[in-house]
Design a protein around this ligand. Structure first.
Ligand code: MLC
Ligand code: AMP
Length: 503
């Protein structure tokens, strides 16, 4: 038994039909993907990987990268994907915290990783076109691999999510966490082997990996596996697809193209949105243009998917629908922890088989975020209306979501505060027409000309992933504070709300 490999990988062995379409239109059959996963699993085992060892992966998206995920499942290793935007400085932390046995990176990053990793770590390379040492070794390995036995509560993946205090936390997800969610979603969204998903999301986060990939593998469908989201390529591939999943930016970008019409999307069965709030305005504009009502759902790294609008029934704009089967959701008062009345905003807490097993090597952090009765405190503020629809109305955590990526202001402030010429800084999210929210830094200088905007942005890019870096920097003589001395970010958000109005 190996719950995820049995459900997602084993059925591929006998599939002669295409499972993946590459960007150039070429196909990979299920049997081909299965064989690749076996060959890669042999490479991992030869490199010393045993069950629960971490395989840290920072590579471009490709069918080989997906096969690597499946190989980890089969070898019982913990797949640990990282955003390709992370800098060398950011990687140092993950190497130290996760202590991987194997690192798979792009050929360009190889020297840096070999220099940073402990001598015992095997560093292999994989480029977006499938070249590199991983596949060189895999090509000569046998196709058949005896999938390692794992139980439902054994871990399958560690997915890092930034922490409010600046330190990233590795969310530990078990076979049952991921499989129960994939099963629920296949059912809730009526996925079948007739579906072809247009897959333009990255596969290093929950959305592209668990929601998109696990669901399609479980349903026995196909994926058009694009390396990234690009309107031109998406429009060119749309005729082959039946369904699409995306962050709201995907849909606002599609709406800016006049070729995206009712006719060009008439054959589509379903568009799904998540990872960030879909504005009701976008939901309505999409329906007016295409006749499709986007299905919005809500989840997070720690829980995978919690709620979804209905497939049949009203998909209500501005809401994230109802708890998925098996998931319990409640709204509690921030002060008392008691459940609040319907219609009242409060902390959104969830419990169910989807909820993760805790943060990697952080038992105290894990304990802080769970209630005694097993509910996980999501950090989102929500309300439930009289019909049972849940709306996410705010966040208790100081978090910015830009184009579907999470940015923790504390992490950015820490870097900016280290710069010469900066006295202090506050980082906020403000409305942005493309990214939903964009990162803005408000800086107090040591003296009037001690540092300027380009210097702050350039210095941030040295150490932080590009999506975390401020899109704009403003200077104030002092930061607004309340009587307790706490920076009033709401004031700053109001002050800078119009920054990207005409962007
Ligand atoms: C890229 N850039 C961003 C950005 N993405 N800036 C802010 N926010 C973002 N999301 C910056 C780069 O640093 C670079 O800056 C410039 O934009 C161009 O980079 P790019 O890679 O060419 O950008 P683009 O292709 O336009 O990417 C935008 C995007 C992408 C929206 C297509 O960010 C994306 O695919 N987002 C999906 C994120 C996602 O999968 N989230 C799921 C998390 S899971 P410069 O300065 O160098 O030019 C989760 C749970 C759940 O949340 O519920 O699903
Ligand atoms: P991550 O840590 O990347 O998994 O991000 C999870 C966070 O994304 C959640 O806690 C929410 O704040 C946010 N999120 C995900 N889906 C939605 C949605 N449909 N609407 C609003 N926020 C969302």
């Amino acid at each position: 038994m190996n719950p995820l490999a049995d459900a997602l990988v084993a059925p591929l062995a006998t599939r002669k039909d295409p499972v993946l379409y590459r960007p150039d239109g070429s196909e990979l059959s299920g049997a081909g993907l299965y064989a690749l996963s076996g060959q890669i699993a042999h490479v991992l085992v030869r490199a010393g990987v045993t069950p629960e060892d971490r395989v840290m992966v920072q590579t471009e998206k490709s069918v080989e990268a997906l096969a690597l995920y499946l190989a980890c499942l089969r070898a019982g290793a913990l797949f640990l994907p990282l955003n390709t935007a992370y800098t060398s400085a950011e990687l140092a932390y993950f190497l130290g915290d996760a202590e991987p046995t194997v690192v798979v990176c792009s050929p360009q990053a190889q020297d840096d990783l070999v220099a940073q990793a402990a001598p015992s770590v095997t560093v292999l390379t994989l480029a977006g076109d499938g070249s590199g040492t991983l596949m060189e070794q895999a090509r000569t390995a046998p196709n058949d691999f005896d999938t390692v036995v794992r139980g439902p509560d054994d871990l399958a993946v560690i997915l890092y999510t930034s922490g409010t205090t600046g330190r990233s936390k590795g969310a530990m997800l078990s076979h049952n966490n991921l499989l129960s969610n994939a099963n629920s979603l296949v059912e809730a969204w009526r996925f079948t082997s007739n579906d072809t998903l247009l897959h333009a999301l990255p596969i290093f986060h929950a959305h592209g990996l668990f929601v998109a990939t696990n669901v399609m593998l479980k349903a026995g469908g196909r994926m058009i596996f694009l390396p990234n989201f690009d309107v031109e390529t998406v429009l060119a591939n749309l005729p082959k697809a039946t369904t699409m999943m995306g962050v709201p930016t995907f849909y606002t970008r599609l709406l800016t193209d006049p070729r995206f019409t009712r006719e060009s999307s008439a054959h589509m069965r379903l568009f799904i949105s998540g990872s960030a709030p879909l504005l009701a305005e976008t939901h309505h504009a999409f329906e007016a243009r295409t006749g499709h009502r986007i299905l919005e759902r809500y989840g997070m790294t720690e829980t995978t998917m919690n709620t979804s609008n209905p497939y049949e029934g009203e998909r209500r704009a501005g809401t994230v629908g109802f708890p998925l089967p098996g998931v319990e959701a409640r709204i509690t008062d921030a002060e008392t922890g008691e459940a609040v009345a319907d219609g009242t905003p409060g902390f959104l807490e969830v419990r169910g088989p989807n909820v993760f097993r805790g943060y990697w090597r952080m038992p105290e952090k894990t304990a802080e975020e769970f209630r005694g009765d097993g509910f996980f405190v999501t950090g989102d503020i929500a309300l439930i209306d009289a019909d049972g629809y849940i709306s996410i109305v705010g966040r208790a955590k100081d978090l910015i979501i830009s184009g579907g990526y999470n940015v923790y202001p504390k992490e950015v402030e820490t870097e900016i505060d280290l710069l010469d010429g900066v006295l202090e800084s506050a980082v906020i999210g403000v409305p942005h027409p493309d990214f939903g929210e964009a990162v803005v830094a408000v800086v107090v200088r040591n003296s009037p000309q001690s540092i300027d905007e380009p210097t702050v942005i350039a210095a941030s890019k040295e150490v932080l992933a590009g999506f975390k870096c401020p899109k704009s920097v403003s200077f104030l003589d002092s930061l607004p504070r309340n009587t307790m001395g706490k920076v009033q970010k709401n004031e700053l958000r109001k002050m800078f709300a119009g920054t990207f109005k005409n962007a």
